[in-house]
Design a protein around this ligand. Structure first.
Ligand SMILES: *Cc1c(COP(=O)(O)O)cnc(C)c1O
Length: 399
């Protein structure tokens, strides 16, 4: 029989779980887009977004998904033919790279594979090999959602500084913002991007680009920026519609206001990061126990390089796909596919799955997810180490 009836649980990892409060805030008639409440809520909304990104600098909003934020960031700082250094630790790093290539940039890729973080020494060496400073921007994915590798942004900043290189540091925080600690200003990030549907707990459809004064300066040197992607008016609007380059994403803005209020009520970013870190340790305790026997293996061996928002797991084909199907059909939880993990022997990445643990998530949800995975391992006869659920419960009890 199936035990999947009840509230479905999407743990794929993004879009993440949407809080009822966010959904309720969106469930309303259309507001006036010329004056009144919606227009008046913008200054506070921008201020709250700055708090989440830990920046005093500029915010531009786009009606877009994360791919839109990728393009927006690049379009404002690069002219065709200019050089970019792209640091890749998974599918999303390569995706942003391809976007830069499509915009006509000359991209130099430093690929760190699928299981290790960016090595700052290699970044420094690549920048030192560019003595005339033709590299305009360095692209870094904070958390690559495909591999669950978390990169050390401050260490990459230090590598730019050590090389004395003036390139802008652009960071994809789509999976990490609101989950893993990220300090835009303190870490010397010039452009940080995110989207609504992950740590911000709002349906997909709005994306954010945060940019420093140095990045704003770089924008003035770019000869042509498409009217839609140009961040200048969006960050300094004289009229309300300029925030969005057209009609506002009305209902998303109400949902976002609610989610930002929820973050503040929890105690702000420190509290949100601490919850994610503790729940990640719960997840890791279980996976490390399962991994002690049988085919299951965490993609990232070292805890210090793992994201607190998503966990990528190797389990051998066809176990990954079988387990995902089982948990969805029998337990009502949808796990993530093995994105960018396909090989010649496993063309559909059937040997991988991911567990999202970002955003609107508490201890009982994590235990529900882990227990469902345990049930699936048993039902499918996939060998695994003992004690995973006890180990997870212990970490919760210590919180
Ligand atoms: C989800 C994600 C993206 C892509 O976002 P879309 O909304 O699917 O366009 C890019 N980078 C990272 C790190 C992500 O997690």
């Amino acid at each position: 029989m199936t035990l999947s009836f009840g509230r479905p649980y999407l743990a794929i990892p993004g879009p993440s779980v949407m809080p009822d409060r966010v959904l309720r805030a969106m469930h309303r008639p259309g507001p006036n887009i010329y004056e009144g409440e919606l227009v008046e809520m913008m200054p506070d909304l921008i201020e709250s977004l700055r708090t989440v990104a830990r920046t005093r600098h500029n915010v531009a909003i786009y009606i877009a998904n994360g791919h839109g934020a990728w393009e927006a960031a690049l379009a404002n700082v690069l002219s065709p033919g200019e050089k970019v250094l792209s640091l890749c630790t998974g599918r999303f790093g390569h995706g942003w790279t391809e976007m830069a290539e499509a915009l006509g940039a000359q991209v130099q890729i430093e690929d760190f594979g699928l299981r290790a973080p960016v090595a700052p020494a290699r970044v420094e060496a690549a920048l030192l090999a560019d003595p005339d400073h033709s590299i305009r921007a360095v692209l870094l994915t904070h958390v690559d959602t495909s591999t669950s590798i978390r990169n050390d942004v401050a260490a990459v900043r230090a590598a730019l500084d050590a090389a004395g290189h003036p390139a802008l540091l652009l960071v994809d925080c789509i999976a990490s913002m609101g989950c893993d600690r990220f300090e835009m200003d303190a870490w010397g990030v010039d452009v940080a991007i995110t989207a609504s549907q992950k740590g911000l707990m709002v349906p997909p459809g709005v994306a954010f680009v945060f940019f420093s004064e140095k990045a704003a300066q770089a924008r003035t040197k770019v000869t042509r920026v498409s009217r839609y992607w140009d961040w200048t008016d969006r960050a300094n609007p004289k009229v309300f519609y300029q925030y969005f380059g057209g009609t506002a994403p009305t209902h998303h803005l109400y949902g976002l206001r609610e989610s930002l209020d929820m973050i503040a009520e929890e105690g702000g970013m420190e509290a949100v990061w601490a919850r994610h870190a503790q729940l990640a340790r719960v997840v890791w305790a279980a996976f490390e126990a399962w991994a002690s026997e049988g085919p299951l293996e965490l993609n990232v061996a070292d805890r210090t390089h793992r994201s607190c928002a998503v966990t990528s797991v190797r389990i051998g084909a066809p176990n990954g796909t079988a387990l995902r199907r089982w948990t969805e059909e029998k337990a009502g939880i949808t796990l993530g596919i093995g994105l960018g993990m396909n090989t010649d022997e496993d063309p559909d990445a059937d040997g991988f799955f991911r567990l999202g643990h970002m955003g609107h998530l508490n201890a009982s949800m994590v235990m529900g997810a882990l227990s469902s995975i345990q049930s699936g391992l048993i039902a499918l006869g996939i060998p695994h180490g003992p004690g995973a659920l006890d180990a997870a419960a212990l970490v919760i009890s210590e919180a």
